[in-house]
Every structure is written in C-alpha cells, then in structure tokens.
Design a protein around this ligand. Structure first.
Ligand SMILES: *Cc1c(COP(=O)(O)O)cnc(C)c1O
Length: 358
C-alpha cells in the first residue's frame, strides 16, 4: 500500500499510502493540483495526467484573525458591521471597499506603519542589548527605520526553494535602491532556519552580516524568532510583501493573503496562490511563467525583481498629489483588498471543502 507499484525493492512511501487510503485528494492551489497530478500520474498508469483524481482547493486565511483592529473599524464603518459576511460576495465587497475614502485608508495604513517602525526599533534595541553588542550599535536601533519610507517585508521559513539569497545577488544595486536620496526603500526580514539545515543557517548568517553594515543598517532590520505574533506585526504595517519562491514549489503560500486584508501590496513570483490572485492591477509580479532551468530562473527572477522594484514599485509609491497622497498607490491598495479578500479567505476555502470535497 505504501508503494507506487508492487516492486519489492521500493521502500515505504507515505504519499502512495495516503493516495490509496483517502477517498478524496487535493492540492492547496490550482498550480499545486496540476503539479501533483503530474507527479503522481505513475500511480494511475492507464490514465492521462489530467485524469489523475487529484483536485485542488486553494488555501485562504481567516480575515478576523489577521486584520489590524484599526482597519477592521474602517471596514465596519465604511463597508458595514457585517463586512466579513459581505467579503464572501466579491461584488458587494469590492463596491464597499471602493467607497472608503483615500484619506481614511491612507491614514489608517500610515498609523499602522508608524506602529511597525516602533516595533522594529524596540525589538532591535532589545535584541542588540541581549547579545551584548557595542553601545553605539545598540543606540542606533532607537533611530532606525522611517515611517515615510517605502517599507518591504520578507518573512518566511528559511527553506531552499524560498530563495532568501535572491535579493542579495547584486548588493550594490540593492544598496543603491535602499539609499536613494529622494526615493529610498527599507526592508524588514524575519525567519527561522531548521537547526540541522546548515545551508539555511549560512544564508541567514550572510543576511545578518550584511544588515549590520553601516551603509544599510538604518534601513534594514532582521527580526528574530519569527512566529505568528511577529507575522501579525509585519503584515499589518508594511507597504509591500515580497515572496520569491522557485516555481513551481510554493504549494500555496498564505502570508501574502494576510497582507491583502491589511492593504499591503504583493510583490511576488507567479506561483501558488499569487498565480491565481494577480490580475495585473492588484499588486506586482516578479518574473514570468517561462520554463527554464533553476539557474536561469534565479537569474531572470532576480533581474526582474530589481527592475520591477526600481521601475514600478518605487515610482508608484512616491508619486504624490498636491496633498502628498499617493493616489495611484491607494487605488492599487483598494483593488488588492477588493479582489483578493473574497477569494483568499478561509470562508471561501471552507465552503469549497464542504461543497466539493466532504
Ligand atoms: C502565514 C505564516 C506562514 C506561512 O507563510 P508563507 O510565507 O506564505 O509560507 C509561516 N509562518 C508564520 C509564522 C506565518 O504567520
């Protein structure tokens, strides 16, 4: 039961066992379903790949858990007390979101961002103190980060396919973006490596060494002990969330969905849920869908990442009207909230499991 075929030499596999024993099998995004059907077609040798009985239900997140209380109040007041129920109906929800005034949405987001800056400073100060770093470096934490600067979050497990090293491929180019005089960028990172994963620990070490460099340290933060509480702080306060997995290995990913409910914009590789969610106007795409070797994909995606950041993300964020409001950015925030929350909420997911699976 635990073998793909009867071959005596084949050792036990949990997946063949599960595929045989379960009444229903599904991936957690459309792409994951497609990849799984191709991967396990060998279990059904007389069927075509598209006839393999593995379907998919795309993951979603629980809006009430992940939304910032400040923004929840805005939704309650502008969309209605029943905003969560309304979010099940894409039409009613996006209509309600469009009614929120630009100013109200931007002010709520700006307050949450100020709170994030305070969190980054406190956390960094305490961590430096606890590590016994030199006084000058500890003190510098009090003034790091700036609520006016475009803030990008990158937090996830440190697993190989998540490509933590992609950003550091061209450090000079990155430092130029970070230290641009009129349109700077700041980054907040968080993540843990598996204790036995030496490769992952080396990648983190490199990032942490770089982040201590005086040329970037006021604008780059690494938050230790990534967990749900830290995730909550980050997803509620950043402007942009970045995810750069190696396609097609991101089964779904859910952290970008937590961003959408809070008005942040996704800036990610088209894989997992973002391949379904991205519509050209509700966030930013890194790379394309070409099928190339891993080495080529890393090169193409890192090039695309720097380029889209410099040519699309940064200019849109800093494009302000007479009232210093980033009107085109806010339009994208509304489009992101309006289109993504209904489709990537746990309500939609549970309904699909009930109706199609259970
Ligand atoms: C949401 C969440 C994840 C999943 O994040 P992905 O980057 O989408 O895989 C992992 N860890 C924590 C603590 C989270 O909150």
């Amino acid at each position: 039961m635990g073998r793909v075929d009867g071959e005596q030499a084949e050792s036990f596999g949990l997946t063949p066992l599960a595929l045989r024993m379960c009444r229903s099998t599904n991936g957690v995004s459309r792409k994951h379903g497609e990849v799984s059907r191709a991967l396990w077609q060998k279990m059904w040798p007389d069927r075509q790949t598209n006839e393999v009985p593995i379907t998919s239900v795309t993951n979603g997140v629980h809006p009430a858990t992940w939304v910032a209380p400040l923004l929840r109040r805005v939704y309650e007041q502008q969309v209605g007390e029943d905003w969560i129920e309304r979010a099940r109906d894409a039409g009613a929800w996006s209509y309600g979101v469009e009614k929120i005034s630009n100013r109200e949405l931007w002010e709520a987001h700006s307050l949450l961002k100020q709170r994030l800056v305070a969190f980054v400073r406190d956390h960094s100060f305490d961590a430096r103190l606890a590590r016994g770093e030199n006084e000058e470096h500890i003190e510098a934490a009090r003034t790091m980060f700036d609520p006016e600067i475009l803030t990008i979050g990158f937090a996830r497990r440190v697993a190989g396919y998540k490509r933590w090293d992609l950003l550091l491929i061209d450090r000079d180019r990155l430092a130029k973006l970070i230290n641009d005089r009129s349109r700077p960028v700041q980054f907040v990172f968080a993540g843990k490596a598996h204790p036995q994963d030496e490769g992952a620990k080396a990648v983190l070490q490199e990032l942490i060494d770089w982040q201590r460099d005086t040329s970037v340290r006021q604008r780059v933060a690494f938050i230790e002990d990534y967990d749900q509480e830290i995730a909550r702080q980050l997803v509620q306060g950043v402007d942009v969330w970045m995810n750069v997995p190696r396609r097609p290995q991101e089964a779904s990913g859910t952290s970008g969905q937590k961003i959408a409910i809070n008005g942040g914009l996704n800036f990610s590789v088209l894989d997992g849920w973002w391949l379904e969610g991205y519509d050209g106007d509700n966030g930013f795409a890194i790379g394309d869908l070409s099928e190339v070797s891993d080495v080529e994909m890393d090169q193409q995606d890192s090039e695309s990442m720097y380029r889209v950041l410099a040519e699309e993300v940064v200019p849109r964020f800093y494009d302000r009207d007479e009232q210093r409001m980033p009107r085109r950015w806010i339009a994208m925030m509304k489009r992101s909230i309006g289109t993504l929350v209904p489709r990537f909420s746990s309500d939609r997911m549970v309904a699909e499991y009930v109706e199609r699976i259970y």
